[in-house]
Design a protein around this ligand. Structure first.
Ligand SMILES: Nc1ncnc2c1ncn2[C@@H]1O[C@H](COP(=O)(O)OP(=O)(O)O)[C@@H](O)[C@H]1O
Ligand SMILES: [Mg+2]
Length: 271
C-alpha cells in the first residue's frame, strides 16, 4: 500500500501529516508578567519523519512538544495529530524526557509495563511487546534490575521502551540524552536511529546537540530566541542508512551542521 499526498482525500489518515502545527502562538500570563513563548509557528511533520528542534534555552521547544501532546493549549492557531485537532491530553503519543523518571521500587520490566497498566492494555500482548522492545534496546539480562542498578544510558533505554510500548504513531523526545556522557550519548544516537527505522514511528526530538540533530533527523528546525519562531528548516540530505563514523565524515553532515551552527550564532562558526 502506498501513501500518496492528495489534499482532497476524505480519509483522514492518508496523506495528512503526522503532526500539523498551524500558526500557533503561546502566551503565558502570570501575575508578574506576560511571556510570549511561541509566535506564528507552523510546521508539518510527515508520517514516519524524524524532525529535530534546536534553539536557544527558553525559545519554546518544550512548549512546542507540550502543545503536540495536548498538555498545553495554544493561545492562537491549532495543532493536529494525524488530521485530528488536539483538544486535550493525548494518550496515543510517547514522551521521553531528560530524566528517565523511573519508579525506584519497580524493576526495568515493570517500569516498562507501567505504560500497559495505565492504559489497561491486554497483559499478554503488553508483555510480548515489552520483550520485543527489551531485545531491540539491548536490555536483555537487565529486565529484573532496579533503576539504581542501571547506568544512565540504560535508564533512558527503559524510558524509551516505556514510551514505545503502546506503539504510538508519534514519539516526542525532550533532550532525552542531555544528562548522558558523550560516549553513551553517541551509542544512544546510533540505537535511536536504528529503532526509529525499525518502528517507523514519527519522531519530534528536542536537542542542544547540533551533531545529534543532524545525525538523527530528516529535517532540523532551527528556532529563534524568545518569542520562539522558526528561523529555518534544514533538509539534512543524508542517506537513510547512517553508520555513525561514516556519516560524520560526509560533506552533507558538515554542511548541515555548519548551517545550523551559523543560524544559532555559536562562537567559532564554521560557515
Ligand atoms: N507554565 C509556564 N508559565 C509561564 N511561563 C512559562 C511556562 N512554561 C514555559 N514558560 C516560559 O516560556 C518560555 C519557553 O519555555 P520552554 O518551552 O520551556 O523553553 P525551552 O524548552 O526552549 O528551553 C520561557 O521563557 C519560559 O520561562
Ligand atoms: Mg526545554
Amino acid at each position: 500500500m502506498t501513501l500518496r499526498k492528495t489534499s482532497s482525500t476524505p480519509v483522514p489518515t492518508k496523506g495528512v501529516p503526522a503532526v500539523a502545527i498551524d500558526a500557533v502562538d503561546v502566551r503565558f500570563r502570570t501575575k508578574k508578567r506576560d511571556v510570549t513563548a511561541l509566535s506564528e509557528v507552523s510546521l508539518d511533520v510527515r508520517m514516519g519523519e524524524f524532525v529535530a528542534l534546536v534553539g536557544p534555552s527558553g525559545c519554546g521547544k518544550s512548549t512546542l512538544l507540550k502543545l503536540v501532546a495536548g498538555l498545553l493549549a495554544p493561545s492562537a492557531g491549532e495543532v493536529r495529530l494525524q488530521g485530528e485537532r488536539v483538544r486535550g491530553p493525548r494518550h496515543d503519543i510517547g514522551y521521553v524526557f531528560q530524566r528517565a523518571a523511573l519508579l525506584e521500587w519497580r524493576s526495568a520490566r515493570r517500569n516498562i509495563l507501567l505504560q500497559a497498566e495505565m492504559r489497561r492494555m491486554p497483559a499478554e500482548a503488553a508483555r510480548a511487546r515489552a520483550d520485543e522492545l527489551i531485545a531491540m534496546t539491548g536490555l536483555q539480562g537487565f529486565e529484573d534490575a532496579y533503576p539504581h542498578e542501571l547506568s544512565g544510558g540504560m535508564q533512558q533505554r527503559v524510558a524509551l521502551c516505556r514510551a514505545l510500548l503502546h506503539e504510538p504513531p508519534v514519539l516526542l523526545m525532550d533532550e532525552p540524552f542531555g544528562a548522558l556522557d558523550a560516549l553513551t550519548r553517541e551509542q544512544m544516537n546510533v540505537e535511536l536511529h536504528r529503532i526509529w527505522r525499525e518502528t517507523g514511528t514519527t519522531v519530534l526530538l528536542v536537542t542542544h546537540s547540533i551533531a545529534e540533530a543532524v545525525y538523527l533527523a530528516d529535517r532540523v528546525v532551527v528556532m529563534s530566541p524568545r518569542p520562539g519562531t522558526i528561523r529555518e528548516v534544514i533538509e539534512v540530505g543524508l542517506p537513510a542508512e547512517r553508520e555513525y563514523g561514516e556519516t560524520m565524515a560526509r560533506p552533507e553532515f558538515a554542511s548541515a551542521t555548519g548551517r545550523v551552527r551559523g543560524l544559532l550564532g555559536s562562537a567559532g562558526e564554521g560557515g
